[in-house]
Write a protein that binds this ligand. Structure first.
Ligand code: GDP
Length: 362
């Protein structure tokens, strides 16, 4: 039998196992274009179904890409740059040319200059030991810089295949859909969703008679907040548009809450500036640290969000701030640009969520 693929996610269509990718009931096989049950439910009922891709499957995909002579298009999320990197990517695709697309630019303040963002992304990559051929700042949602992206892909691929890689939720499917919409007459659009875990298998889009662009499946970063909250809370924490900076001045022994999801204590230092970049839904409060435990637990009951149900279940990360301003990133949730020379802070998040300190983005 010839292989049939789901036009949503690219998984091979099968009728044997409802739990495996590509499942359809036999009655659906007669259709001209087949959507697997998972994509069908996602598209028509917006129902989330679990992805079955394991870490080993994902590594296998990366290894396969590493063995090809191709251009790799690597999509990262500007709102959670560090959390959206593919761990160990260079180990697998070390010799390939890499074009980075830094996506979701629309979430960051408009006032930020593109050139500055671009330089910042390159410097961050350098710290991780990665030297991309080029970096383009983009927004799949706003169709930003797509002519440039198309030109660059064409220039850098030198007639070779293109593989698009990135972890789940960076906007890979949205990007592929844009490519299809803008540059091909294909009417089949790949499923995208607010829910992490939507892309399953390799999807192929012919570029010319000899080469194609392949979308590879992503895997969730389990250390991002977006991976540990439920559907309702995902819509709550993911910014839907440009984030508005919220500025707080803190003395030592003061704290800031981010809904019932995270907290920062300013434990030591002179008066410091804390500029918060989060979803507009986020309820941000400043309080005295001595009242913070009690308040946190009360907030938790008022807005039942997130995986930790009390302060006791939160893990603390301590940072000493340098002279220059720094960002503290709570992976998948947002970031705080802090200028508090030599100050000390404690960041509380549920166990397993990554917290980074990095060069300030803004
Ligand atoms: P994938 O898991 O990498 O394939 O990501 P999707 O394309 O399904 O996108 C994940 C989520 O991010 C969805 O809610 C998209 O609407 C959203 N998204 C994708 N691109 C952008 C973008 O450029 N800006 C914003 N604000 N959201 C985006």
């Amino acid at each position: 039998m010839t292989e049939i693929r789901c036009y949503g996610c690219g998984a091979i269509i099968q009728c044997a196992d409802t739990k495996k990718p590509g499942y359809v009931p036999e009655s659906a096989l007669s259709k001209e274009k087949i959507l697997c049950q998972r994509c069908y439910k996602l598209m028509h009922y917006h129902q989330k179904m679990e992805s079955h891709l394991t870490k080993d499957d994902f590594l296998h995909v990366l290894q396969t890409v590493g063995e090809k002579d191709c251009l790799v298009v690597y999509i990262v999320d500007l709102f959670d740059f560090n959390g959206s990197l593919v761990p160990g990517l260079m180990r697998h695709i070390g010799y390939n040319d890499v074009l980075v697309l830094a996506n979701k630019r629309d979430i960051l303040p408009k006032s930020l200059k593109e050139h500055r963002l671009n330089t910042w992304v390159r410097r961050q990559f350098k710290e991780y030991g990665i030297k991309p051929l080029d970096v383009v700042i983009t927004s799949g949602k706003k169709n930003m810089n797509f002519d440039e992206i198309f030109d660059k892909i064409d220039e850098y691929r030198h007639g070779r295949d293109v593989y698009v890689v990135g972890i789940t939720n960076v906007g890979k499917s949205t990007f592929i859909n844009r490519m299809l919409k803008n540059y091909s007459d294909a009417s089949n659009l790949i499923t995208t969703s607010e829910f992490p875990g939507t892309t399953l298998d390799l999807i192929k889009i012919p570029l010319d008679d000899h080469s194609s662009l392949y979308d590879t499946p992503g895997i969730m970063n389990e250390h991002q907040y977006t991976s540990v909250v439920g559907e309702k809370d995902l819509a709550y924490i993911m910014p839907q548009g440009e984030v508005k900076p919220m500025i707080y001045q803190l003395n030592d022994d003061q704290s800031i809450f981010f809904s019932g999801l995270a907290r920062i204590d300013y434990t030591k230092g002179d008066k410091g500036n804390f500029i918060c970049y989060f979803s507009r839904n986020m309820q941000i409060h400043r309080t005295k640290t001595e009242k913070a435990d009690e308040l946190f637990n009360r907030h938790k009951q008022l807005q039942v969000y997130g995986p930790a149900s009390s302060m006791k279940e939160m893990k603390a990360y301590e940072f000493i701030l340098p002279e220059e301003k720094r960002d503290i990133v709570i992976s998948g949730l947002g970031f705080i640009c802090i200028h508090a020379p030599k100050g000390k802070i404690k960041v509380y998040v549920p166990e397993g969520i990554d917290v980074f300190m990095r060069e300030s983005l803004i």
